[in-house]
Design a protein around this ligand. Structure first.
Ligand code: GDP
Ligand code: MG
Length: 163
């Protein structure tokens, strides 16, 4: 069985860009509009001879209770339930937000392996800005650039290691 990896995080952090990078597809819709990818979206990924399935999700808004946003949270929770591992994506340029902390709290309540990917970190792999993400209690933050393909292999090595 291929391991299933869910990409989770608030809107606009770069989940769909990471999905495209991992699946080498242009399928996921990448946009400057927060929350455009509203449904779960599956793709096949490969690292060397290791294969996995990736699930892209819409934004995660656990505290909101209205319409589409609630539906997005539901889809994301279903994706997490289906996954063997979760990549929790945050944005180094926006920094840590209350919303990230809410997601971290949710992820701690489910019994899944979670890896913290700090995206948009091109050229910032040694940045002191990374340190604040330790606060999320999700282990060592992995600096990545989904857009530029930096840090992806080292993240995937950690994610796939148990499988
Ligand atoms: P999602 O809402 O989490 O799926 O985010 P998207 O993948 O749609 O990306 C949101 C925005 O962030 C887009 O404008 C992307 O081009 C941009 N983006 C994604 N990854 C990176 C990255 O590694 N570096 C930078 N600078 N921008 C990125
Ligand atoms: Mg998206």
């Amino acid at each position: 069985m291929k391991p299933v990896i869910a990409l989770v995080g608030r809107p606009n952090v770069g989940k769909s860009t990471l999905f495209n990078r991992l699946t080498k597809s242009r399928d996921a819709i990448v946009a400057d509009f927060a929350g455009l990818t509203r449904d779960r979206h599956y793709g096949d990924g490969r690292l060397g001879d290791r294969e996995f399935i990736v699930i892209d999700t819409g934004g995660f808004e656990p505290d909101s209770s209205t319409g589409i946003v609630k539906e997005m949270a539901k889809q994301t929770k279903q994706a997490v339930a289906e996954a063997d591992a979760v990549i929790f994506v945050v944005d180094i340029r926006l920094g840590l937000s209350a919303h990230d902390s809410d997601i971290a709290r949710y992820l701690r309540s489910v019994n899944k392996r979670v890896h913290l990917a700090v995206n948009k970190a091109e050229g910032m792999s040694d940045s002191p800005l990374l340190a604040e993400f330790h606060e999320l209690g999700m282990g060592e933050p992995h600096p990545i650039s989904s857009a530029h393909g930096q840090g992806i292999r080292s993240l995937l090595d950690a994610v796939l290691e148990p499988f």
